[in-house]
Design a protein around this ligand. Structure first.
Ligand SMILES: Cc1ncc(C[n+]2csc(CCOP(=O)(O)OP(=O)(O)O)c2C)c(N)n1
Ligand code: SF4
Length: 342
């Protein structure tokens, strides 16, 4: 069984050594109304299972607030509070600071209490990015911000967010006769941005619930290391991505195997790749992105040309970036070649 001990205002949450060592207690249970196959609901369940009972969860407006707290019902077993869309960073910082002050003044027992604030991609990567960034500069307060990324404003009917992939059909970017591709921007790189710009933040990671134990262990690491931390989770969403709910797990795996969503952590400044992503960095072939894209209705209008463009952008992440798939600066050799060609 994983051990929990207290040291210096933070704690040691040992990693779960395999699926059989995962604790059976649940802190996010039945009583929610998310769609069948919702990976974000699974992320909530795994996130709080990894954290354990001494946890406060704060939730930014979105599917994981609305569908999880229907009038007079809730699946949360731990204390939970709704926070404004865009305020997950402020909620995490305020709660962590409040707990610390109460413990310092002797008004409550000094013990490690996990503070986790979650946000969707709309609330986290668009509206709330400033507050998240501010929180990651305050090393004296322990908290985790988990961005659950279903690649749209799902709760208000699948509007486009800064994390929506190129070309995807959303209610704000429906393919038309005159213009097939309505959304032409490449997805924001939140984890890379948070890791690169916040020297006080000791832990940033990407996760996908298709790799559940790895995901939980990254949450446990984030909650043990001390200070503010950030995790970005990619969550297949049957409603927004338009696929059969039974494919959720497989789509998560394909996002990783195609190299589109690399699994890594930046722990005290050191980049470590995980699982299939690690294998790709060591030479394993990436699966073609068409295998991922063509399973989803939101890309049903893609032509061969669109698929080739998408593939070329992913290839670039791996071939030309300073840290493959992570930091979008061109490698020095690639940058020199571009300058020479001008
Ligand atoms: C300031 C503000 N603007 C708009 C809304 C309406 N609203 C509620 S949920 C939501 C979508 C949130 O999207 P995201 O953060 O990606 O979470 P998801 O719904 O995808 O889980 C919006 C726009 C709001 N609650 N507050
Ligand atoms: S719309 Fe997507 S994120 Fe929202 S509850 Fe349904 S599957 Fe989950």
């Amino acid at each position: 069984m994983a051990e929990t001990t207290f040291s210096n205002a933070t704690q040691i949450l040992e990693p779960f050594k395999g699926i059989k060592r995962v604790t059976i207690e649940e802190y996010f249970t039945s009583g929610h109304r998310t769609c069948q196959g919702c990976e974000s609901a699974l992320v909530m369940k795994l996130m709080v299972k990894a954290a354990g009972p001494r946890t406060i969860v704060l939730g930014s407006t979105g599917c994981m607030y609305v569908a999880n707290t229907t009038y007079y019902t809730t699946p949360w077993v731990v204390p939970w509070m709704h926070t404004q869309l865009g305020s997950s960073g402020s909620a995490a910082l305020g709660t962590a600071a409040g707990l610390k002050a109460l413990m310092r003044k002797g008004k409550m027992k000094a013990e490690p209490i996990n503070v986790i604030a979650f946000c969707g991609d709309g609330g986290g990567a668009d509206m709330g990015v400033g507050a998240i960034s501010a929180t990651l500069t305050h090393r004296e307060y322990n908290s985790l911000i988990l961005l659950y990324d279903n690649e749209s404003y799902a709760n208000t009917d699948i509007q486009l967010s800064g994390m929506t992939p190129y070309g995807a059909h959303t209610t704000f970017s429906p393919p038309g006769k005159a213009k097939r591709i309505m959304h032409t921007r490449w997805k924001k790189n939140m984890a890379g941005m948070m890791a690169a710009g916040h020297p006080e933040c000791r832990y940033v990671a990407t996760v996908c619930a298709s790799y559940a134990v790895e995901m939980m262990n990254k949450v446990r690491r984030a909650l043990s290391i001390g200070g503010p931390t950030f995790i970005h989770s990619l969550d297949p969403c049957p409603k927004g991505w338009d696929y059969d709910p039974m494919l959720s797990h497989e789509l998560g795996e394909l996002a990783v195997e195609t190299g589109l969503f690399p699994l890594y952590e930046v722990d005290d400044g050191n980049v470590k790749y995980y699982g299939k992503t690690k294998a790709i960095t060591e030479g394993r072939q990436r699966k073609p992105v068409r295998e991922y894209l063509l399973k989803q209705g939101r890309f049903a209008h893609f032509t061969e040309e669109d698929l080739a463009y998408f593939q070329a952008k992913v290839d670039e992440m791996w071939d030309k970036w300073e840290i493959p798939g992570v930091v979008p600066f061109r490698r020095i050799d690639a940058a020199k070649a571009t300058l020479a060609a001008k």
